[in-house]
Ligand binder design. Sequence first.
Ligand code: MOS
Length: 725
Amino acid sequence: MTRIGDSLPRVDGRAKITGAAKYSAEFRPPHLACASLVMSTVPSGRVSRMETAEAERAPGVVAVITPFNAIKLPAPERRISLLQHREVFYQNQPIAVVVAETIEQSKYAASLVRPHYQTAPARLDFLAGFQTSYPSEHNGEPGDQSWGDVDTGLASAALKIDAVYTTPIQHHNPMEPHATVAFWNGDRVTFYDATQHISGVREKAAKIFGIPKENVHVISLFTGGGFGCKGQVWSHTMLAALAAKQVKRPVKLVLERPQMFGPVGARPMTYQHVVLGATREGKLTAIRHEVHSNTSVIEDYLESAAFPTRVMYSCPNISTQSRLVPLNLGTPTYMRAPGVATGTYAIEVAMDELAFALKMDPLALRLQNYAEADPHSGKPFTEKNLRECYQRAAAAFGWSKRNHEPRSMIRGNELIGWGMATETYPGKNLPAAALVRLQPDGRVLVASGTQEIGTGNYTILTEVAADVLRLPASVIDARLGDTNLPPAPISAGSMSTASVAPAVKAAAEAARDKLIALAVSDRSSPVYGAPATDVDFSDGKVALKSDRSRSQDFGSILKRNRNEPVEASAVTEPLIDPLQTPCHSFGAVFAEVSVDRGLGMTRVNRVVAVYDVGRIVNQQTARSQFIGGIVWGISLALYEETEVDWRYGRIANANLAEYHVPVNADIGEIDASALDIPDFKLDSVGARGLGEIGITGTGAAISNAIFHATGKRVRDLPITPDKLL
Ligand code: MOS
C-alpha cells in the first residue's frame, strides 16, 4: 500500500522520459495553422502604420493580423496586447500575428512585416523614478506596514547597520516555452495551453471574448515549468484564440525564446534600503526595510521584498515600505518566491553585517532574536520549529568550527568562506475540488482541475488517494489539467498540495464511505447487514473488522451492483485566514564557497538546508523542489541577470547563451531535508507547501559566505567576478 510520506517515484515519470507525455504545443487538431508574433522594436509610442504586403505574399501565409485589421473584441484588456489598439508600452511587445501553414512559413513572414512608429519618450531611469514612485499592495496585503517607533528604536541602539542592497531583473525561462493551441467550434473555444492555471485561462477567455465560461475548455496535461511566468494570462494565449477566430482554423502559437523576455513577466529589480539597530548583546531594537521595485507603465506588480522582514525576527519597532517605479518594460510578475527570494537576500545580508559588527556568531544573532510568535500581531504561528532547523543544519554543516574572521580559511589559490541565512515562505491554500471514482474494473480514478507544472502533482494526487483508500498506487489513475474536472486553484505560491490534497482526501473518504454503505446493503456481500462502522476498506477489499475472512474486493461488489462506479466529489476550504492566523514555513541554509583569488570566480562547494514546511507528502518530489530552489538561489547570488540597454529599453541578453543560469557543473553538494512535522491547522493533510522556500535565504547565505571568504561585502546581485577583483 502507498502512504502519504512515501517516496513514490513520479507516476508520470515514464511518460515524460519516453516522450509519451503530451505538452500543449504537441496537440494537432485537423487543419492546424501556425502563428508567429511580430514584436515591437521601440519602448514607447504607437504604431503609425504597418507594411504587410510582402509578408502576405510570402509562401503559406494565411493571414497577417495587425491592430489595423484584427477582429474587435468585446472586452479587451490594456495589460495585455490583443491588437485592439496601436500603443506600444515596451520593447518586445506583440504588435502583430502572422498565421501560415507551417511554423517556418509564419516565422519567415513575420520577419517581413515592417512596423512604423510615432515614438514617445520612454521612462527608463529606475533611480530617477523614485521621485514619482508610489505605494502598492501584493495579493491583498499592504505594501507598507509598521509598528512601534523605528526612530526611537534606532536612538536606543548601540550599533546600527545602514545599507542598500540591489537585485536585478530576472526572466523565468522554463524549458518549455509558452505555447497555445486554440480552436473554435461556433462560440465555443478550446485551448491547449502551457499554463499554471487552467481556470484562470478559462475565465480570462470568457471575459475577453464575451462568451459564457462554460463555452471555454482549457486542457493542460503537462506544463514544462512555470515558476510564476505561466500563472497569469498573457497576450499570446488570447492572440492564439483571436487568430483562430479570425482565420477560422485551429492555430498554434509558440513563443520563441527571445520573445519570452518582455511579454510574459519577469522578476522586477529591487533597490532595498535596510537599517538595523541592536544592543551590544545583539537584541534588535529597530528594523527599517524600504523597497523600490520596477513595474510597467500598464500594470502594477509589486515585488513584496519588504514582507518577509515582518515575520522573521522579534523586534518591537519595525517599518516596512514598498514603492513602485513604472518603467517602459514588460510587466513584471511572480517569480519563484516572489518578494521573498529578493527580500530575504537583503535582510539576511544585513543581519550578517550586524553579526560581524557585533563580533557575534551569525547563528547566535538569529537565535537571540528568535520570533516565538508573529512579531506584528503577537499571535502564535500555526507551527514553527525553526530552532530545530538551525540546530540540525548547523550540525550537519559543521558550523561550530567556523572562525569569525574573514579570510581565515585559505586553500592554495582559494579563499574559503562559510555563510548562513534564515529562510521563510508564507503557508497558504485556496478552495479546491476533487473527485474519486472506484471502478468495477478494480481501478480508481482521482481527478482535480489542477495543473502539473513539473512539481509532481499527478504523484501527489495518487499518493493521497492511495493513503486514504489503503491501496497501492499502481491501481490509481490521476487526471488533472482539464477545466471539465472539478475546479482547483492556480499552481503557484507553494499552494497546490495544501489546497488540492485536502480535497482529494475528502473525496476519497466520501467514496470509501459510499462503497461501504453499498456493501453492507448488498445481500450477496460478505459484510451484508453489518453496521458500516464495523467494516473497513483496505488493500482493495471491503472487510468486516472483527472477521477479515468476511471480505470481498471492491470490483466484484461494483460489478454485482449494476456494474457502475462509486464516485464522490469534495470541495475543501482553507481552515484559516492567513491574514488572521500567522502561518509560515521556515528553514535554515548554510553554504560554503570558494573564491579564486586571481579570477574572482566563486564556486558553491556545498549547501546544507533544513526546512520546516509541514508534512512531506512525497519525499522525492519534496527533495527535488528544495534542490531546485537552492540551485536557483545559487543562480540569484552568482549568475542571473537580465541586461537592459537603458538607452532603448531593449533586453541585450534575451537568449539562453547570454542569460546565465547554473548548469550541473556549477553545482556542488546539496543536502536538503525537512523536519516533516505536520501542520494540521492549515489543512487536513498537514502539508504547508514547499515549492519556493528553497530559493529564499540561499542568495544571502552565499553572499555571506563570500564575505567570510574574502572580507569584501558586495551588496549588488549577482556577485560576478568583476565585483570581487
Ligand atoms: Mo509561483 S512564483 O508563485 O508560480
